[in-house]
Ligand binder design. Structure first.
Ligand code: PHE
Ligand code: NA
Length: 448
């Protein structure tokens, strides 16, 4: 009796943890961003570099962030401060925590705008706006949305309001329960769309576009984009996974759990690509249509398949849900930070942080219309927020985390914690001390 209770308790806490981490990881990054980046970066070469980044750099950094969080038992800033002190390292390591919080804030601002697109597409799906439309008709729906600051404002505000409401009330528990049902449902629906894709004339072309590399497409820019997206998609370099690690029981196996989360995230992203590109090729759509890609491809399918109304409504509800679980994880570290550094209580800190991110989001939203010509370093505000975070802040912050684990923590204790034998631990050391940091730095500096 005792033994079985214990086993069950461990299992359910690991499940809860995996769900929370997967909820943060799986989001717009997988279904909205990954496919359009593949489209813009020329296909398979990007995909393969991305996969290498995920498994060789992302996975060890995920493990490192959890390990730091579990040891520090505090929010990312205090965790880094305490661990630096305890291990006699420089006080400057606290910067890893601070830049994580700042990155989360910046990402949330534009993430909410796209979450708003997804919400508005629930409405379009419900009122059958996609039914019987051709590519031009679908394109016009998307174009109309982008051209109207007022409409974008409504949906962006609604998305942020939902996120603020959930974080303020701390109802993450209920969400975990919902995620147990909704995440698999999202995966099942994507699978259905991949099957639909397989029936179109574009499927073969889509597969070779995604998996058969043309290495001439590989530029330093593409590698940096792949690396940055590996961080974005796994929610790394933002203190989020560090914060999650601080709730994690000692019995949870870090490597095994990281593998589960990384595989789920990767499968969803690849499935999204395999659902979208067949439609792109079959309909002769523009591969490099950027952030609009899923919003001009999938509705075409929804408008033309039997049961398309139901699939479309379900898809955008699930996409929105995935976006919300990620947005919550983005707001959380910011709120924690404000709550601790100011006299504000939980609810007020959530309001202040959420409203500030919402306000910055307004600038991101306007860059699709009124502020479209307002460029900083040649980028509009939306692209600037996206690129500064993904390409610079996340990789450097994540690098900080892994370097700290590899060079400042006691080696024996890390080996024990990861449960590695001597052989595997030398591989871990090789990757975390040299390969991963070198890869990040090389990619980073070749692009400066
Ligand atoms: N990982 C999330 C996604 O892929 C986005 C995210 C980034 C969430 C950073 C939290 C932190 O959509
Ligand atoms: Na992701």
């Amino acid at each position: 009796m005792n033994a079985s209770t214990k086993v069950h308790a461990q299992w359910s806490s690991r499940m809860g943890f995996v769900l929370a981490a997967t909820g943060s990881a799986v989001g717009l990054g997988n279904i909205w961003k990954f496919p359009y980046m593949v489209g813009e970066s020329g296909g398979a070469a990007f995909v393969l570099v991305y996969l290498a980044c995920i498994f060789l750099i992302g996975l060890p950094i995920l493990v490192s962030e959890w390990l730091l969080g579990r040891r520090g038992q505090k929010n990312p800033v205090n965790t880094m401060r305490d661990l630096a002190e305890k291990n006699k390292a420089s006080k400057a390591w606290v910067l890893v925590g601070i830049s994580g919080v700042l990155g989360a804030f910046l990402i949330l601002s534009f993430y909410s705008v796209i979450g708003g697109w997804s919400l508005s597409y629930i409405k379009d799906a419900v009122v059958s706006n996609f039914a019987g439309q051709d590519a031009d008709g679908i394109g016009a729906i998307f174009g109309g949305l982008l051209a109207s600051p007022a409409t974008l404002l409504v949906w962006h505000s609604l998305f942020m309001l939902i996120t603020i409401g959930i974080v303020a009330r701390g109802v993450t528990k209920g969400l975990e329960g919902a995620a147990t049902v909704l995440m698999p449902a999202l995966a099942a629906l994507l699978l259905l769309l991949v099957i639909y894709g397989a029936t179109t004339s574009g499927f073969g072309q889509a597969l070779s576009f995604m998996f058969s590399p043309d290495w001439s497409q590989l530029t330093g820019e593409v590698v940096l984009a792949a690396l940055g997206h590996a961080f974005f998609t796994l929610s790394l370099g933002m203190g989020i996974m560090m914060a999650y690690g601080s709730y994690m029981g000692q019995s949870i196996n870090l490597l095994q759990t990281a593998r589960t989360v990384v595989i789920m995230d990767t499968v969803i992203a690849l499935a999204a690509g395999m659902a979208i590109f067949p439609i792109v090729f079959a309909e002769g759509l523009d591969l490099s249509s950027g952030p609009g890609l899923i919003f001009v491809t999938l509705p075409l399918a929804f408008g033309n398949i039997t049961g398309g109304w139901f699939v479309g409504v379900a898809f955008f509800i699930l996409l929105t849900f995935a976006a919300i679980t990620s947005a919550i994880s983005l707001l959380e570290p910011v709120v924690e930070f404000v709550e601790e550094r100011t006299p504000l209580n939980r609810v007020k800190s959530t309001l202040v942080s959420g409203v500030a991110a919402w306000a910055l989001g307004l600038l991101a939203l306007l860059s699709f219309n009124l502020l479209g010509d307002f460029l900083v370093f040649g980028l509009n505000i939306f692209d600037l927020l996206d690129q500064v975070t993904s390409k610079f802040m996340l990789p450097l912050t994540g690098l900080g985390g892994i370097v700290f684990v590899a060079w400042h923590l006691d080696k024996e204790s890390v080996r024990d914690e990861l449960g590695l034998d001597v052989y595997d631990f030398s591989l871990w050391n090789l990757i975390t001390r040299f390969l991963a940091p070198a890869a990040v730095l090389v990619v980073f500096f070749t692009n400066l």
